[in-house]
Write a protein that binds this ligand. Structure first.
Ligand SMILES: [Zn+2]
Length: 411
């Protein structure tokens, strides 16, 4: 079945477009003053509503989401300890229910591509990964999901465990080296494994306010020294914001030269960083300086409704808004950049080919309940429909009735 979405707003100009797509790709994208031939297609007149390319979530934790909020001190170390205890007596039926709920939430918010970390501390954890993989298979024609092994790689056994997970369908090499006994060796093993397998590197780095945390600098050094040209994403990088000006700007330049993508996760870091401190630091990645240096920066949700972060609902536009607030991206151009950070910039982190609304590209689309393009980030409108490869995966209907007339209506 083909679709024709008429009078769609696909950018910040006044021009509206007719979007024609079949059950895989966008066949045409024509200005709406163009005459349309008789078409055998399902038609939907959007009357100027916004259509965006499918949203991209570059950093989630599907294996932790919707678990009890058992972290009374609210710190990152408290959350890790609490989660470790919970995972030991985990009910896999409930895990499947939680992951299914998360994936449906994401799709209903217009997500067509999602990358999730999965904790892998021993071979026993492959069972948990298999449950998540079942859900991934169930939705394989409705959303693209990729998995990153979140493991401690500071030993040969740790490296072998991640290598084994890659053979079992995990896609990317991950970890949080700042928490290992030998962060530098953990990074060495991650970079070695990337060279050996071609898999992408996707690390949690410097999720703290210690200017000497050092794992981002170490990664940049090792990626550059070994001439690794494949994808590398560095998540969090909060300590960067606490470094002295010269040190920070020098490191940011090195990140740009090494072609490393940065994923900022402000929702979670606002919650976790600076507990008990006054004045309270934001714990934010220095997004503007990274952008100015030419670094590709994307924004993700990170944890959703778990001991790390009680908030969230898998809505990238909410992540885009909170990032715009925290990073102070407020001019019109900056707001458009903030939107790109859950669209094209996040797609670049996942190395998606042919992303975006253009003739010949896969028809991954989301329809917003708004005729104002910038409202995607300024107002977070409802999502009316999500299309994956041209197929309508979910459609949502809203109705509201008032008992008093508006004074604002123009006739
Ligand atoms: Zn994370």
């Amino acid at each position: 079945l083909s679709w024709l979405l008429k009078n769609a707003r696909i950018d910040s100009s006044k021009q509206l477009y007719h979007l024609l797509f079949d059950d895989s790709q966008i066949i045409d994208c024509l200005p709406n003053d163009h005459d349309l031939a008789e078409l055998d297609a399902q038609q939907w007149d959007l009357e100027g509503k916004v259509v965006l390319p499918g949203l991209v979530e570059p950093h989630a934790h599907l294996d932790k989401t919707y678990t009890p909020i058992t972290n009374d001190d609210g710190t990152l170390t408290g959350a890790i300890a609490s989660m470790r205890e919970f995972q030991q007596q985990r009910n896999y039926d409930q895990l499947k229910v939680n992951v299914d709920r998360a994936v449906r939430q994401a799709i209903s918010h217009g997500v067509t591509h999602l990358r999730s970390h999965v904790d892998i501390a021993s071979e026993a954890d492959f069972e948990r990964v298999a449950v998540i993989d079942d859900v991934r298979q169930h939705y394989s024609e409705h959303i693209h999901i990729e998995l990153t092994a979140l493991s401690n790689m500071d030993s040969e056994q740790g490296k072998a465990l991640v290598a084994s997970s890659l053979e079992r369908g995990v896609n990317n090499i991950g970890g949080a080296p700042v928490f290992s006994d030998n962060p530098s060796l953990a990074i060495t093993h991650a970079v070695e494994l990337a060279h050996e397998t071609g898999a992408a590197i996707d690390l949690h780095l410097d999720e703290n306010n210690d200017p000497n945390s050092g794992t981002l600098a170490n990664l940049v050094e090792q990626v550059t020294a070994t001439n690794w040209q494949g994808p590398v994403s560095a998540s969090h990088c909060c300590s960067l914001g606490f470094m002295a000006d010269n040190d920070r700007l020098q490191l940011i330049d090195k990140v740009a030269n090494a072609n490393i993508d940065v994923v900022t996760l402000p929702a979670c870091n606002l919650v976790l960083i600076g507990r008990g401190q006054q004045p309270k630091p934001r714990g934010a990645t220095p997004v503007k300086e990274l952008l100015n240096a030419g670094v590709n920066v994307a924004v993700g949700a990170d944890n959703v409704q778990d001991p790390f972060n009680p908030f969230g609902n898998y809505d990238p536009l909410a992540s885009a808004q909170i990032n715009a607030q925290v990073a102070q991206l407020t001019s019109t151009g900056e707001l458009l950049t903030a939107m790109q950070m859950v669209m094209h910039r996040a797609a670049k982190v996942l190395r998606l080919d042919n992303y975006g609304i253009a003739k010949g590209n896969p028809a991954h689309l989301v329809v917003l309940n708004s005729t104002d393009y910038l409202s995607a980030v300024t107002g977070i409108p409802e999502r009316l429909a999500t299309f994956f490869n041209g197929k309508n995966i979910v459609k949502t209907h809203f109705s509201q009735s008032w008992s008093i007339p508006s004074l604002g209506a123009l006739t």
